[in-house]
Design a protein around this ligand. Sequence first.
Ligand SMILES: Nc1ncnc2c1ncn2[C@@H]1O[C@H](COP(=O)(O)OP(=O)(O)OP(=O)(O)O)[C@@H](O)[C@H]1O
Ligand SMILES: [Mg+2]
Length: 371
Amino acid sequence: MPAKTLLWDQTLFRRGELFEFDYIPEHFVHRDSQLRSLMFGVRPALRGLRALNMMCVGPPGTGKTTAVRKVFEELSEHAQDVVTVHVNCQANQTRYAIFSEIFHRLIGHAPPTSGVSFRKILDEIAKYLIQNEKILIVALDDINYLFHEKEVDNVLYSLLRAYETHPGTKISVITILSDNSLNYIFDPKVGSIFLPEEIFFPRYAWDELKSILSDRVKLGFYQGVMSEDVLDTIVDYTSEAGDLRVGIDLLKRSALGAEQRASTSVSQDDVQSAYQKSRMLHLSRMIATLGSGEQAILAILAEKKESTAGEVYNAFHESTGLGYTRFHTMLGKLAALRLIDTDLTAAGMHGRSRRIKLMYDAEDVLSVVHR
Ligand SMILES: Nc1ncnc2c1ncn2[C@@H]1O[C@H](COP(=O)(O)OP(=O)(O)OP(=O)(O)O)[C@@H](O)[C@H]1O
Ligand SMILES: [Mg+2]
C-alpha cells in the first residue's frame, strides 16, 4: 500500500507552472485551423511585406491569446526582420500607454516619463523600424478595454496610417476580442484601413477539454494524484462554464486543497470547494467584458432577484436612459452567456411579461459589477 498522507515538504505538483494562466503550453492542440490562418496572415512579413491585419474572436478561454503568442514565438525564432509586440489592453488602456509599451519593447527601455508627446514616441518607433529595416506586428489583446471614448479607433488609426506620416514603416495589427463584447462598430475612417481577416475560436467540445486538461494533469501532477472520475467532474464544470481557464484553475485549487489535507490525491470534495472560487474567477472575467448597460441589467436583477422583463426595463431605462431595442439586444446577449435565464415562451406585449432570472448568486454578481 502506498502511503496516503503527504509529508510536510511533499507536493502533488510535479510542475506547478503548468497551472498558471500565462503559461504557454508545449502541446497546443485542437486549434490547427486557427494557427494556420494566423500563419497565413503573417507570412507576407517573411518576404519583407506588411503582414495582413487579423482579428481573433471567440468566447473567453478558447485559446486566442495562446495562439497569437505561439505564432509570435515562432516568428521570433525564424524571422529576424519581424518584430512582434503583444499588448495587454487591460493594462494599457490609452493610445499613449500602448505606444509607450511598443516603444519599450522595440528600444529596450521605456520612453522618458515626463513631457514626451505621443508624436515623439511615434517618431522614435518609426525611426527604429526604418533604420533597422524591421516589420512590426502588434497584437492588441482584449481590445474591448479600448472601447471607451473610441480609443480603439485612435490606436488603430495611428498604427495603420503611420506609413503616411512616416513613409517606409510596415505595421500591421492583430486584434483579440472576447466575443462577449462584439457589438463595437469601428469608426468609418478606421474601417476602411483595418479590414481584418477574421479568425474564429469556438468553444472547445467536452472531449477536447478533457484531452487538454488530462494533458496538464499528466505533465503537471505526480502520477496517481487525480483519478479519471475526479478529472471528469472538472471537465463537466469546465464545459458548463465554456472557459478552459475554469478547468485549469480547478486543477490547481483542488490539488492545493488536497495538499492542505495532507492527502496524496484529489477528492471530489476538493473539487467542490475549489469550484466555489473558480466560478467567481469566471464570473468576474465574464462581467468585465460586458458594457455598462449590460452590467446595469445584472445589477438590477441582482437586487430584484427575479422579475419580469418590463420591470427590469423600467429600472434600466431610468438608470441608463437607453431604449427598449437596446435593452432587448442586451438581454439576448446575457442569456447567450448564460448569465440570465429568460422565459422565452411567455407572450405579452413584446414579451415584457416574461420572467427573467439571474443564473448566479446575487451577492456574487453585485460584488463584481461596476455601478
Ligand atoms: N488548445 C489548448 N491546449 C492547451 N492549453 C490551452 C488550449 N487552449 C487554451 N489553453 C489554455 O487555456 C488558458 C486560456 O487560454 P487563452 O488565455 O489563450 O484564452 P483566450 O481565448 O485568450 O481567453 P480570453 O478571451 O478570456 O482572454 C490558458 O492557460 C491556455 O494555456
Ligand atoms: Mg486572452
